[in-house]
Design a protein. Structure first.
Lengths: 299, 275
């Protein structure tokens, strides 16, 4: 008995490792080793194609701290996130609440709001670039007819980062909305019925039932959106020209990483930038984990 | 009673306005792609429709870009990544959820850790690896970052954990070994999660720009997203052609989405909601 039990455990162990082996191998090669390598690389100055690595200690990090373009791109990233995250969440939540009850055209609306999720940012950014074109774009033409002069949406350093963030909001609303809709479905109907008997209006219901009940979903959306918004890249690459005077005040940390690592081939410095990104994202995520105890209601 | 009607009207007005804003870029993309350059750049904003629906822009752009090849490469990349992701994640998800073995908790901690790290941190070493084995500009390089998926493993594990224990026990009593139990009893029950992971993987691969941009610089293995970004660099002011190209690039996925709308939305909702 004891023996067969042992062989059974042993068999299970072999099966277990057999099942996870491909994933673990891949994970180690594709992710774990690269993390170590990236951190290692950030202490080196890179020759072309990874050859001729010269150990420079903390020099990359010293340069990073003294590099005003890094700080500026960090500020840009924050600006982007501060517009994109709250706006996309609030609008998506309002839409989800409106579409939660059975109504006419519900599927139709849901289909439309989700549509930007299935198109490549590379394609859609091109369309927005065209809409925002300062000479011939639809937006400026319309503004022109009401007497407002040209706005340089994508070349005015003061506004471009917000314009890109608005496009970010547009492209992610549907995703957030679908997650909220799934969360709203979980709220028991009788909560609302009971509150109706107590004479609560729609707004009271929203703040006292919907919002607390949906807070776990909200937490998830918030965490993933913040992380994603800190990685904004495609939209900036596609919408803002290399020659645009707005680029220094729009480029994100990841955009800067891409330029250093793959255009200027300075892999060491690129690695240092991406380590900085990792540290920032980790800090923000930890803060959110601590804060969640204050506002997320789990059953 | 009247009050409720009032609310419904406002609701619909808001929704319709929102829907229009969501659709404007798509409509403008379609309209512009059928115009001539001079029509597209006319100053009067109320020239909405092309005077004549021309397909010149499409013809030009198809001549410049080998869309058949781009579709094929993109399709192969997506199909390959779905296959790898679903296969590896299903196996690993089952083991993490249902089997007892040494080192399980540590391995799963690695899976969770990967999910919390921004993907850009892997890119330089991944690029150097692919370049070292001489596989840049191949289909393999397009698949490479997607060979396994921590997210998918987590998603499938959650699904396996929610299945009743009795099923598995019954299968084992009937003489199935672990592999058979998995293959014939458990795996078929996670079809919905597998579809969700497939859709998630497909969208992610289709939208990814940075990796194909750096791993693929040759025409023969180019995919849609980087091809568009290259096109924009070359013909940045010919808007009818740029719009025609993005329309051609978007259309297959939009059609798939409209056909399998429910699966798309639910796939994203479950894969998001399970985390």
């Amino acid at each position: 008995m004891q023996k067969s039990r042992l062989t059974r455990d042993w068999k299970e162990c072999i099966w277990g490792w057999f099942f996870i082996l491909p994933t673990m191998l891949g994970l180690i090669i594709l992710n774990i080793i690269p993390i170590v390598q990236t951190i290692y690389q950030s202490f080196f100055k890179t020759g072309s194609f990874g050859r001729g690595n010269i150990f420079v200690g903390l020099e990359n990090y010293k340069n990073l701290i003294e590099d005003s373009s890094v700080w500026q791109s960090l500020i840009n990233t924050f600006k982007y996130a501060i517009v994109e995250v709250p706006l996309s969440i609030v609008i998506a939540l309002v839409l989800a609440v409106m579409l939660n009850r059975k109504m006419r055209g519900r599927t139709f609306y849901r289909t439309i709001f989700f549509l930007p999720m299935v198109v490549a940012p590379a394609a859609v950014a091109m369309v927005w670039r065209w809409l925002f074109n300062s000479e011939f774009g639809l937006l400026n033409k319309l503004l022109n007819t009401v007497g407002i002069g040209e706005v340089n949406w994508l070349s005015d350093p003061k506004i471009t980062v917000y314009v890109v963030a608005m496009v970010g909001v547009w492209s992610v609303i549907g995703y957030n909305m679908v997650l909220f809709l799934a969360g709203l479905q979980e709220i028991p109907r009788d909560f609302y019925e009971a509150s109706e008997i107590d004479g609560a209006n729609v707004f009271q219901q929203f703040f006292h039932i919907t919002l607390p009940q949906i807070s776990p979903t909200m937490f998830f959306v918030l965490v993933t959106r913040i992380i994603a918004s800190f990685q904004v890249f495609d939209m900036i690459l596609m919408m803002v020209d290399r020659s645009s005077p707005a680029l220094p005040k729009t480029q994100s940390l990841v955009y800067l990483f891409y330029r250093y690592a793959f255009v200027e081939n300075n892999k060491g410095y690129g690695s240092a930038i991406v380590v900085l990104l990792l540290v920032i994202i980790m800090i923000i995520t930890v803060i959110q984990m601590i804060m969640q105890k204050k506002w997320v209601h789990y059953e | 009673m009247k009050k409720i009607k009032y609310g419904t009207v406002i609701k619909h007005i808001l929704l319709v306005t929102g829907a229009i804003i969501m659709l404007v870029p798509f409509v403008w993309m379609i309209l512009t792609s059928f115009k001539t350059i001079s029509e597209a750049t006319q100053m009067n904003p109320f020239v909405i429709f092309p005077s004549e629906w021309r397909i010149d822009a499409f013809e030009n752009v198809i001549r410049k870009m080998d869309f058949l090849k781009l579709y094929l490469n993109t399709f192969l990349m997506i199909a390959g990544r779905i296959l790898c992701a679903v296969l590896t994640a299903t196996m690993a998800g089952y083991a993490f959820a249902r089997l007892k073995f040494k080192g399980k908790n540590f391995c799963f901690a690695l899976v969770l850790f990967q999910m919390m790290v921004p993907t850009q941190i892997f890119i330089i070493p991944q690029y150097l690896m692919v370049s070292k084995i001489g596989m840049l500009n191949t289909l393999f390089s397009l698949l490479f970052p997607g060979l396994v998926t921590a997210f998918g493993t987590f998603l499938l594990k959650q699904n396996y954990m929610s299945l009743p224990k009795e099923l598995e026990e019954a299968a084992r009593l009937d003489g199935c070994n672990i592999g058979q139990t998995f293959l014939y009893v458990m795996m078929p029950l996670t079809k919905a999660s597998m579809v969700a992971l497939g859709i998630f993987t497909a969208l992610f691969a289709y939208k990814d720009l940075m990796w194909p941009l750096i791993a693929n610089t040759e025409q023969s293995t180019m995919t849609l997203a980087p091809a568009l970004s290259k096109l924009q660099g070359q013909f940045s002011s010919n808007y009818p052609e740029l719009m025609a190209a993005s329309l051609i690039a978007c259309l297959p996925m939009i059609i798939l989405y409209l056909l399998f709308q429910k699966q798309f939305v639910e796939g994203i909702a479950t894969s998001g909601g399970k985390l």
